[in-house]
Design a protein around this ligand. Structure first.
Ligand code: PLP
Length: 427
């Protein structure tokens, strides 16, 4: 048997080595990318299981292939756990929540919303990408900006917060079919009810994208849009700590349109191993410890933001309400790209990012974006956030000092040895 079916390290040592290298890199660096996290060993096991072998086009009990007695249970378990979990913080009638766990990821989940509710050429509104919105909310380079008439809204110049007056006046002027509320680089709480009332005034479908904050929403640390919005989309691999995937929550009245949009509208067979991983992540998030985790994510982010402000970093909006912050590196005499490359060498991994009203180009912007979801999953807290702010300050002052970057990388390796990351296996 073993000859016919060797392990990865025997079959493909080159790939086994690359995976071992990534395990080590993830272990010995600080993961500050706001959209990333560590999936648990249990989630990774489910995601790497034989469930990857099975085709199951359709939905439970209505499939196009035979042999679904296990897969139907996997998908139904994922759905029932998500209903229980997100039902806890949802508004209104919990029995009116429909869940689809088949989107391959966050972008296909959002495309399903367009397919369910819009026709090409319809007007849609979403937060502009340079203001912290996502590509799939109507940005020009995305299919969503090419096939639909996109009217982006922004943030206020004075405080970099979403300008609800602008959202309302643009909505009244352009009468969108679909209004997106949801962000990819925005550090403040979103007022779902305010979006709902604007959508109601103009007869728009309200779609809330909680990709970044779904773990915080599940834990009740950020208000839930479920029960307020017509449809809520999310990735499953950010603060939620599942495998890469997507999920959609909607009112039952829209269940048929959403399900048909996902399959057969956009996709073929669902990725059943990912569905199993989502079910495991939902079970983990149902544990009371997950609420403590989500609270700690936000506490760490607030603390880190304050420490950076104290050191002269220009944190947009002056702080954060969620897991992430945006920092204008002009305040430190450098750019987002120079800083992020230097920080990466020092073991602090984040991304360069445009800040609101950024005068620089998107590929070489002024800012960086960082989040605390992953470092908190390792058990780090205030003392580690203090160290992080100090290291970031040192790097920002001397991004070309290779000796300094190497010294900090060594210190971070040592710190990380004391905080093993979930799911990471060192060879
Ligand atoms: C708000 C938001 N929506 C959708 C997505 C798309 O998710 P994916 O990259 O899984 O397609 C992201 C990803 O960063 C996001 O931040």
């Amino acid at each position: 048997m073993s000859d016919r079916d060797p392990s990865l390290s025997t079959r493909d040592p080159e790939m086994a080595r690359l995976i071992a290298d990534e395990n080590r890199r993830e272990h010995e660096t600080l993961r500050l990318i706001a959209s990333e996290n560590y999936a648990s060993r249990a989630v990774i096991e489910a995601t790497g299981s034989v469930l990857t072998n099975k085709y199951s086009e359709g939905y439970a009990k209505k499939r196009y292939y035979e042999g679904q007695e296990v897969i139907d249970q996997v998908e139904e378990l994922a759905i029932s756990r998500l209903k229980e979990l997100f039902g806890r913080t949802a508004h209104g009638d919990k029995a009116d929540i429909h869940v689809n766990v088949q989107p391959y990821s966050g972008s296909p989940a959002n495309l399903a919303v367009y397919l369910a509710f819009c026709k090409p050429g319809d007007t849609v509104m979403g937060l502009a990408l340079p203001a912290g919105g996502h590509l799939t909310h109507g940005h020009a380079v995305s299919i969503t900006g090419k096939y639909f008439k996109s009217v982006p809204y922004g943030v206020r110049k004075e405080d970099h917060r979403i300008d609800m007056d602008e959202v309302r006046s643009l909505a009244k002027e352009h009468k969108p079919k679909l209004l997106w509320a949801g962000t990819t680089a925005y550090p403040r709480t979103l007022d779902w009810q305010a979006f709902r009332s604007i959508a109601d005034e103009v007869g728009a479908i309200l779609a809330c994208d909680i990709a970044h904050i779904s773990g915080l929403v599940a834990a009740g640390v950020h208000p839930s849009p479920i029960g307020i919005a017509d449809v809520v989309t999310s990735t499953t691999h950010k603060t939620f700590r599942g495998p890469r995937g997507g999920m959609i929550f909607c009112k039952k009245a829209h269940a048929d349109a959403i399900d048909k949009a996902v399959f057969p509208g956009l996709q073929g067979g669902p990725h059943n191993a990912a569905t199993a991983g989502i079910a495991v992540a939902a079970k983990e998030a149902l544990d009371p410890a997950f609420v403590d985790y989500a609270k700690a994510v936000v506490e760490n982010a607030k603390h880190l933001a304050q420490k950076l402000v104290d050191r002269g970093f220009a944190v947009t909006t002056g702080g954060t309400d969620n897991h992430l912050m945006l920092v204008d590196m002009t305040s430190k005499g450098t750019t987002g790209k120079v800083a992020s490359k230097a920080l990466d060498k020092a073991g602090i991994v984040l991304n360069y990012n445009a800040v609101p009203f950024d005068p620089r180009k998107p590929f070489d912007p002024s800012g960086i974006r960082l989040g605390t979801a992953a470092v908190t999953a390792r058990g780090m807290g205030r003392p580690e956030m203090d160290k992080l702010a100090a290291w970031m300050d040192e790097v920002a002052k001397a991004p070309a000092d290779e000796g300094l970057l190497a010294r900090i990388a060594g210190e971070i390796r040592e710190l990380c040895n004391g905080f093993p990351a979930p799911g990471i296996r060192l060879g």
